[in-house]
Design a protein around this ligand. Sequence first.
Ligand code: UT7
Length: 333
Amino acid sequence: MGAKKEIFIRGIGSYLPKRILTNKDLEAIVETSDEWIVSRTGIRERHIAADDEFTSDMATQAALRAIEDAKIQPREIDCIIVCSVTFDMAFPATACIVQKNLGISECPCMDLEAGCSAFVYSMEVAAGLLQLGCYKNILIIASDKLTSITDWEDRTTCVLFGDGASAVVLTTEAYGARAMLVDTLLRAYGKDCYSLMQPGGGCRHPASAETVEKRMHYLRMNGREVFKSAVRGMGAILKDIFLRNQIEPTDVQHFLPHQANMRIIEAVAETFQISLEKFLIVLHRTGNTSAGSVGIAFDDGYRNGRFAAGDTLSFITFGGGMTCATALVRWLL
Ligand code: UT7
C-alpha cells in the first residue's frame, strides 16, 4: 500500500424547491401554532417539492450545481452515490436515475441509506474508494422528499420536515479544491432503530389496504427519545473526533449540525461551551431536510462567503438508524 491519499472537496451545490410552506400555512392543516413550532424547534418555514418533482430531480439540480462549481464536465464524474430515505422507488437505485438525468454513461451508481447521517457516511465511503485509487471524481448527493412520507394528520411530525438536496464532488486532485477532508467518524445505535421509521412498504409490511389504513407508509417518530439520543450521540462522537485529532472545540471555526431542532443544536453548543454564532443554521427556513440538511447548510455558508482559508469545519449529524456521524474539513481557498 502506498501513502494515504488526501481527499478534497472540489465542488459544492444544493437545491431547494420553489414552494414555501410557512408555520401559518400549517395552522390551517393541523392544530398547531407558529409560536409552538418556533419555540420548540426554531423552524419558521420549509420548502416543498412540487407533485411531479421527485428526489432524483432535486438530486440532479444539486448535482449540476456541484459539478459546475467543481469546474468539470458531468462525464468526468466516475461514481455516483445518492443518500436518501425517500428514494424515487425501491429500485432501480435513485443514483441510476440521476446518472440518466445527467447524461453520464457506465459509471457505477449506488444508493446509501443512513438516515440524516448519510451525507457524512457517504463522505467516508467515497474517501475509502478514492484511497483505493478506483475513481477520480465521486459525486455524493443527499436528497429527500420527506413531504412524500409526511403524515399531514400528525401534528407531532408534519411541522418538522421540508424537501431539498445537497451535493459535493470528492476527489484526490488538490488542484482547484475548495476544502480538504481531514477525518470522519461514523456510528449507529441499532438498538433504538424503531424510534424513527417508515414501517410500511418493505418486505416486512408490503403495501396492502391494511398498511394504508394503518398509515404505515408515513414517517413515525418518537420525538422525545430521538431528541435525547441526538444530544447524547452528537456530544459523544464530537468529543471522540476531537480527541483523536488532538484538537479542542475552540480550534473549530464553523459547526455544521444536522438541522432538525434548534434546541438540539443549543444543547450541543452548551455541552462544549461553544458560541452559537459558530453554528451554521438554515433550519428556520428549510425545516428538517433529512440527509441533505448538513450539505444545504454547507453550501449556504460557502455561497455566503462564511469560510476563510485555514478554517476548520465540523459536520455533526444524527438520524434514523439511529445513525450518528461527524467529519472534520479544512477550508482551503
Ligand atoms: O432528523 C432526525 C432526527 N430528528 C430529530 O432530531 C427530532 C428530535 N425531536 C424533536 O425535535 C422534538 O422532540 C420535537 C420537536 C419532535 C417535539 O418537541 P418536544 O419538546 O419533545 O415536545 P413533546 O413531544 O414533548 O410534546 C410537548 C407537547 C405535547 O402536549 P402535552 O402532552 O404536553 O399536552 C404535544 O402533544 O406539545 C404537543 N405538541 C404540539 N403542540 C402544538 C406536539 N406537536 C405539536 C404541534 N403543535 N405541532
